[in-house]
Design a binder for this molecule. Structure first.
Ligand SMILES: Nc1ncnc2c1ncn2[C@@H]1O[C@H](COP(=O)(O)OP(=O)(O)O)[C@@H](O)[C@H]1O
Ligand code: SF4
Ligand SMILES: [Mg+2]
Length: 409
């Protein structure tokens, strides 16, 4: 395989994009302002900063590299959505942020919360950070709530333990929190089985908000709920994080949910972020063929072409323990080129505040600077299309979009 820049070599580049451009052509960790390993400890703009995060699970069958060199930053009050098919490593990233991974996980990289390294924290500090610094809302509220304790007692527990609130103070705060999430105060006396799925998820959100965290990590918070309740809960989360000025990392396999809720969007594939940018831009015109296929799988209201868009991608995501050589998306990519077997793409600039890990976003000069072989057309001397000219390799989503039928032309 042709050696290219090392894969996601730590966070590098200016903090203009939230996901660090981990392999800028001709740039890299040497660029001024780089905050890679050994660089500045976190960015003043970022409440959360993740640099070159990798997680491998040790199993009887060998190591499973679930997350491979993920880097991103989250500004105070901003909302980042993380999308991708099941098994691409989304939950592993969420759990790693607060060191909630099982003992079988081997983790490397840096997770800075307000400049403090979560991966190096002592246990007591970590416990405090898990409530007041950042808290997680998981998918299945029934599994996260203790079935034999009343809702109010469960919400009060962190207040008594971490905020050192007295019983009366905690009761008042529980009533306030329940009201914030749209539940009457008397529900504090209910047991989890006495609530509906949506009410339980509201109680989970109240618990997550109890110690006034500055970051909420929501991992598929509505996946187990029916569609109407999903919309209510998403609206609730969105309103709360906006009103309270909390940062949010929302994980979902549903791109429409993330595009509606988040400022920025990161698309994961096989343990890596393969595309990142403003949520609306990524959803409307992804630069990575996987991002394009994912957004084509979700119909858009009012867009007639999306009614004929292909649903889903052929094939399955790769086994993380046996990734294909070169680009991990290669076996499923509708736009694969010969050179894709030779390079392991990293996030390259792909428009204003956007990046994508696909050789097709590189101009011939950028490809040369990054050590990527030229595209076949360039090799044949036909040259690339001019910037702005509609061409599939400048708009990978074009290939995912259905072509107009003759009678519609
Ligand atoms: N505790 C574990 N032990 C071994 N492998 C795991 C464990 N948890 C997750 N994995 C594997 O890690 C990969 C990423 O999983 P996960 O982070 O749950 O993905 P997602 O949330 O995107 O569905 C998958 O291949 C999954 O099978
Ligand atoms: S690098 Fe090649 S295989 Fe990978 S997404 Fe881009 S075109 Fe497809
Ligand atoms: Mg998951």
């Amino acid at each position: 395989m042709k050696p290219t820049r090392p894969t996601n070599p730590g966070a590098a580049g200016e903090p203009s994009a939230d996901v660090r451009e981990t392999g800028p052509p001709g740039g890299g960790a040497e660029r001024p302002g780089a905050a890679g390993p050994g660089g500045a400890a976190g960015s003043a703009e970022h409440y959360l900063e993740v640099a070159d995060l990798s997680v491998a699970y040790r199993t009887a069958g060998g190591e499973i590299p679930a997350v491979r060199g993920v880097s991103f930053g989250l500004e105070p009050g901003s909302k980042l959505g993380v999308a991708g098919e099941s098994g691409c490593g989304k939950s592993t990233v969420a759990l790693a942020l607060l060191r909630l991974l099982p003992a079988s996980a081997r983790i490397s990289g840096r997770v800075l919360l307000e400049g403090e390294d979560v991966l190096a924290m002592r246990w007591g500090r970590l416990r405090a950070v898990r409530w007041a610094g950042a808290s997680i809302v998981f998918q299945g509220a029934m599994h996260s709530l203790n079935p034999v304790h009343r809702i109010g007692d469960q919400i009060a527990e962190p207040l008594l333990l971490h905020d050192r609130a007295g019983p009366a103070q905690a009761r008042a705060r529980v009533a306030e929190l329940l009201e914030q999430v749209g539940l009457p105060a008397w529900r504090a006396r209910s047991y989890p089985h006495e609530l509906s799925g949506g009410q339980r998820q509201r109680a989970m959100i109240a618990m997550a908000l109890a110690c006034r965290p500055r970051l909420i990590i929501a991992d598929e918070p509505t996946t187990a709920l029916d569609v109407m309740i999903q919309a209510q809960i998403l609206r609730l989360i969105d309103e709360l994080v906006t009103d309270l000025g909390i940062s949010m990392l929302m994980i979902s396999h549903d791109l429409t949910v993330l595009a509606d809720t988040c400022d920025r969007l990161a698309v994961m594939y096989a343990g890596r972020i393969v595309e990142e940018g403003p949520a609306d831009d990524v959803f409307a015109a992804a630069r990575h063929p996987y991002g394009a296929a994912l957004s084509a799988a979700f119909p858009r209201v009012g867009d007639p072409s999306s009614r004929r868009a292909p649903r889903g991608l052929p094939g399955d995501p790769p086994d993380p323990a046996a990734l294909p050589s070169g680009c991990a998306f290669r076996p499923r990519c509708p736009e694969v080129q010969e050179r894709c077997a030779e390079v392991d793409p990293v996030l390259w600039p792909a428009g204003p505040r956007r990046s994508a890990a696909c050789v097709r976003v590189l101009s011939p000069e950028q490809a040369r600077a990054a050590g990527v072989p030229p595209a076949p057309a360039e090799e044949a001397g036909t040259g690339p299309a001019a910037e702005g000219e509609p061409r599939a390799d400048r708009d990978p989503q074009a290939a995912a979009r259905p072509q107009p039928q003759p009678e519609e032309m």
